[in-house]
Ligand binder design. Sequence first.
Ligand code: SG6
Ligand code: ZN
Length: 261
Amino acid sequence: VAGNFSYDGTNGPSHWGKEYKTCLGKYQSPIDIEEKDVTTMTFPELQFSGVEGSHKAYMTNNGHTVMIQSFDSNVPSISGGPINSTYVFQQLHFHWGQNDNQGSEDLINNHSFSMELHVVFWKKEYGSYDEAVKRDDGLTVLGYLYQATDEPNPMFESIVQQISDIIGVGSNITISDNNVLKKLVAPDIASAQNYFTYRGSLTTPPCLEIVQWIDFVKPQHISHEQLAAFRSIQSADGTNLTHNFRPVQPLDGRTVYRNIA
Ligand code: SG6
Ligand code: ZN
């Protein structure tokens, strides 16, 4: 999965299109979401299942981010909202910046948040993740935004404590907290129907244009110290992965919807 790309220099985002032509496409992510330009819509209720209960989970430094996966039989899934069938949880990961004023991939009214969590799901009908990524409606990604504050967010405690065990690229550990998916996959119920949604791509090479993005409107928080832990992991070239967000891409006539419950 981890290709030959980075966030700086000759392998940085402005060069991805040389090796990965799709990164130059017309339906790329992330984007700047301008609230004055969104189209309001009432979608069916977005539903989560298999989120409650405990899940054995693993955390990996894949050279581009901190990624969490689960091989549990009770795997979370989503349905409803802008998607017309069931999508199954694959993995979640994070994007952050070199300082607290940037880090999110999608922007809202040109505002960057300090971190963004992506929860990746694949379309169950296609039988497997590997088959789903060959289809143009293969993935749905939930995006959660976080603003840096002084107050730690309890949802990140177990992850932050164990990040020191995955400093090197390729390190993989079992997460001691079996409730980590419950905390990260689903928003609190009050915010779950308040989202923007649009058609876009993976935000890293190969930039496949196969993603229905669902970005929750209400930002949450993370402390400065918790954020700093993410910046301590190493990237493939051995330097600290201080930032891993792609700059925003042209909207190119696409419609961004906002769900009005
Ligand atoms: C991160 O984002 C993930 C990697 C890949 C990428 O770098 O570690 O696994 O994710 C689904 C997938 O291939 C792009 O995902 S994203 O568009 O959600 N940011
Ligand atoms: Zn991502």
